[in-house]
Design a protein around this ligand. Structure first.
Ligand code: LLP
Length: 420
């Protein structure tokens, strides 16, 4: 459920007509609803309420806006981060270092050092050598790094190939068959407290089956490691729950996910860590855009909007679907293609789609744009970096400025030897 609804024929974000945001901030602009963020956080927490010990680390990559993080921090969420920059954001939003999980397949030594320095709660190791480097570094700093080993359970998550992470050929984790030997070699190293396992098999999952299969393999591994004398008190189950990009297609609910986790992990006796991203923020955001032209097409007209693939990359990158709705729909429908102004054929949001009738100057939104939206934006074609707004009841505020091309040009330099 979200808080983007029509009132008197006009789309509102909570109590704010989105037309007011277009007027004040211009378009394109991302709009987040605080109430929706809070609701999703609460639904996720409720789904895990029966589990004895849990920690939720929001996958910051899905939406790293500081105001968004602040809302989630107030809900008790920590952060799953994959870079030094994301650590800085989590801390800036008021999250405690001990509530931060540091994932990422290529943490640099500088990032590991930064993580140790601020006292990150958990490092998710991606390879044995990373554990050895971390142990030595921590020992040298007079610290002990708390860590788990990310395993690759070799399960097909059944999602888009580019967001699948749990097959043996993917770059993530160590083969589950090698986990025991790596534990034997890394455990007991000064500076390292290797205490558990992590896995994450992919994103936008619509089927709990692959998750359950992966978790069962993890359960077997936990038993095997304990039998070998290792003490295991944490398992990080990753993220991955899908969201309904097309309203008619409904993914498993957090409650169904929670029931599955409860069933599979009942004898594990560990703290379970979760790294949800999309399911928390996806439906809490829309991308507001204005129609520039309706251009006649050979088969269907092209609705050319002022948002483009640089603002919302998902359709171009993953052929992703985002529902499009007029802000003031007339009730009539038309079949059209929707595209942005960028000079690439891939800058297309939809083809042959039945949409609300719109004309030049009208406003529309791409729904479910709160996850992997603004954070994947670029300035390609020397377009501005898209701004972000948060709504809270009757009020709204800009939570990320539009960065104009002039500001980006100002950061570029022409060397002396090119000056005339
Ligand atoms: N944990 C780890 C280790 C991850 O790699 C990811 C996402 C998550 C948690 C959060 O997954 P979620 O709950 O959001 O599914 N840009 C792509 C998605 C990339 C996901 C990368 N990893 C998209 O727009 O679909």
């Amino acid at each position: 459920m979200d808080h983007f609804d029509y009132r008197d024929g006009l789309l509102h974000a909570e109590n704010v007509p989105v037309t007011a945001i277009a007027e004040a901030v211009g378009t394109p602009v991302y709009i987040y609803s605080r109430a929706t963020l809070e609701r999703h956080a609460q639904v996720f927490k409720a789904a895990l309420a029966k589990l004895p010990r849990t920690h939720i680390a929001f996958a910051i990559k899905a939406n790293p806006n500081i105001a968004v993080l602040k809302v989630l921090a107030k809900q008790g969420f920590g952060a799953d981060v994959v870079s030094g920059g994301e650590i800085a954001r989590a801390l800036a939003a008021g999250m405690k270092a001990e509530d931060i999980v540091f994932s990422g397949v290529g943490k640099t030594r500088a990032e590991l050092h930064y993580g140790l320095d601020v006292g990150i709660g958990q490092f998710n190791l991606e390879l044995e050598e990373e554990g050895a480097v971390l142990a030595e570094m921590a020992h040298g700093m007079g610290k002990t790094a708390s860590a788990v080993l990310r395993v690759n359970p070799d399960v097909d998550a059944g999602t888009h190939a580019k967001i699948s992470t749990g097959k043996s050929e993917n770059k993530f984790g160590v083969p589950i068959s090698e986990a025991r030997a790596i534990f034997d070699r890394l455990s007991g190293q000064p500076g390292l407290n290797l205490r558990g396992i992590a896995c994450h098999i992919g994103s936008q999952l619509f089927d709990l089956g692959p998750l359950e299969a992966a978790y069962r393999r993890i359960g077997d591994l936990v038993a095997e490691l304990r039998a070998a004398g290792h003490s295991i008190d944490r398992v990080d189950l990753g993220g991955g729950l899908g969201v309904p990009y097309e309203r008619a297609k409904v993914p498993p609910s957090p409650a169904e996910y929670g029931e599955m986790v409860e069933r599979v992990t009942k004898d594990w006796d560990v703290t379970l860590m979760f790294e949800p991203g999309r399911v928390i923020v996806g439906n809490a955001g829309v991308l507001l855009t204005r129609v520039i032209w309706v251009k006649p097409g050979v088969v269907h007209p092209y609705v050319i909007v002022d948002a483009a693939m640089n603002d919302l990359a998902r359709p171009a990158m993953y052929d992703a679907w985002h529902d499009f709705e007029a802000v003031a729909p007339t009730g009539e429908k038309m079949v059209a293609n929707i595209a942005g102004p960028v000079c690439e054929t891939g800058d297309t949001f939809a083809m042959n789609r039945s949409i609300d009738v719109v004309k030049a100057g009208d406003l529309g939104v791409f729904r479910t744009a709160g996850a992997y939206g603004a954070t994947m934006a670029s300035t390609y074609n020397s377009r501005a970096l898209v701004p972000e707004v948060m709504v809270d009841g009757d009020k709204f505020a800009v939570v990320a400025d539009r960065i104009a091309p002039e500001a980006i040009i100002a950061a570029e330099r022409v060397p002396d030897w090119l000056q005339d």
